[in-house]
Design a protein around this ligand. Structure first.
Ligand SMILES: Cc1cc2nc3c(=O)[nH]c(=O)nc-3n(C[C@H](O)[C@H](O)[C@H](O)COP(=O)(O)OP(=O)(O)OC[C@H]3O[C@@H](n4cnc5c(N)ncnc54)[C@H](O)[C@@H]3O)c2cc1C
Ligand code: FES
Length: 368
């Protein structure tokens, strides 16, 4: 009897192993797409191994499509037009595509798998995005959860960007995090400095990249990033400016202000910085220096959760009610907003409805 039971177990085990083998072989066979061609803008052919996403396949060939969410299908930054191939639009893409985009076969490069030859159309600026190798030069503690990190580029490398643009930082595996991830960070240093950049990184609890930056990175470590990306940059006009930021959203505003100091400006500028309490304020000295330097610049910190221990004499609550004093002519005012999606939505609504600023003059980068 016992021998019979053991025989049955052995038989079942054997069948299990054979089935698993068949499954692995089938998977290999099914996902073996061989070499496929990506044709770009009708000019250039790239030969890649099929099966990867369009974003990864292009990245492997040093063509970097913006991907603010690191390929998670949540930001929509990786949109590109597919002229031929790519299969049907996936359910994961639909929430981020407009009807018009779907009609034009605009797709999310992070979701489309390259399984056969494909033809795509991408803007020429994308060819200017490069990979950089750097060494950490300085790490500053701006607040208890915000650090300023300076990345010195490898010998001979220089970066050209517009004040306000961002890079994608590439983490390294650490602790229980086995994979590397890419995350977007706005450049906080001025574009006139080309051999190093500074980023301002706020710690997100349990966040993969920010925990790595805050707890693992040391001066002297080597880090790769790609960039520059984004259309959130300072427009070269003489319009008045309202800057609004919260948390680490001051990074691109700092870059814009440093750039304006470099090139000179007579523009009227007001910077509203929203923070919870006094301990969330930083770059205060730099902002007071800007006030001294520029003809018409005011820095307005506004605290939403100040209590008596803060001993705060300044402005409190939401930032929006204070815009009134800063807007002298809505038709000649631009707004640059940076921070959480909630803040951007609330401020945009108020600028349009309460202050009459045209939507097309409101520029923003949402950190969500
Ligand atoms: C264009 C752009 C520019 C950006 N610039 C900056 C910058 O200059 N400085 C900066 O600090 N960040 C910036 N961000 C945000 C940054 O890209 C990351 O999303 C953020 O640092 C979290 O990364 P993580 O890997 O640590 O967290 P993840 O591992 O991605 O997330 C962990 C968890 O936290 C949640 N989460 C993610 N981000 C936030 C957040 N900001 N607040 C609260 N919860 C969050 C996620 O939903 C998830 O549940 C920018 C984002 C964009 C799109
Ligand atoms: S990279 Fe963010 S949606 Fe594709």
């Amino acid at each position: 009897m016992l021998i019979r039971i053991l025989q049955d177990i052995a038989l079942m085990g054997g069948i299990g192993v054979i089935l698993a083998l068949i499954l692995v072989l089938a998977q290999r066979w099914l996902s073996n797409y061989g070499e496929v061609t990506i044709n770009i803008n009708g000019k250039r052919d790239l030969t890649v191994t099929g099966g990867e996403t369009l974003l990864t396949s292009l990245g492997d060939k040093q063509i970097f499509i913006p991907s603010a969410c690191g390929g998670r299908g949540t930001c929509g930054a990786c949109k590109c037009q597919i002229l031929d191939g790519g299969g049907p639009i996936l359910p994961t893409e639909k929430p981020l595509l407009t009807k018009q985009e779907m009609g034009d076969n605009v797709r999310l490069a992070c979701q489309v798998k390259v399984k056969s030859d494909i033809k795509i159309q991408i803007p020429d600026e994308i060819f200017n995005i490069r990979r950089f190798h750097s060494v950490i030069e300085e790490i500053l503690d701006y607040t208890y959860d915000i650090k300023g990190v300076t990345f010195k580029l490898s010998e001979g490398q220089t970066i050209d960007f517009k004040a306000g643009q961002y890079v994608q930082l590439e983490t390294k595996p650490y602790g229980k995090v086995k994979q590397k991830v890419m995350r977007a960070y706005s450049i906080s240093s001025k574009p006139e400095i080309k051999d190093r950049i500074q980023l301002i990184v706020r710690l997100v609890p349990e966040g993969i990249c920010t925990t790595w930056v805050h707890n693992q990175l040391k001066v002297g470590d080597e880090v790769d990033f790609t960039g520059p990306y984004g259309d959130f940059y300072l427009r070269d006009t003489d319009a008045d400016i309202i800057f609004v930021a919260g948390g680490s959203g001051s990074a691109p505003i700092k870059s814009m202000l440093e750039h304006l100091r470099e090139v000179g400006t007579k523009r009227k500028m007001t910077y509203f910085f929203g923070a919870r309490t006094v301990k969330d304020l930083y770059l205060e000295e730099e902002m007071r220096d800007f006030e001294e330097y520029f003809d018409d610049f005011e820095y307005v910190p506004v605290l939403s959760h100040a209590d008596e221990t803060d001993n705060w004499q300044g402005k409190t609550g939401f930032v929006m009610p204070y815009f009134k004093e800063a807007i002298r002519d809505p038709k000649n005012t631009e707004a640059y907003l940076c921070g959480s999606p909630g803040m951007i939505a609330a401020v945009t609504k108020s600028l349009i409805n309460d202050y009459g600023i045209a939507e097309e003059k409101i520029y923003y980068d949402s950190f969500g």
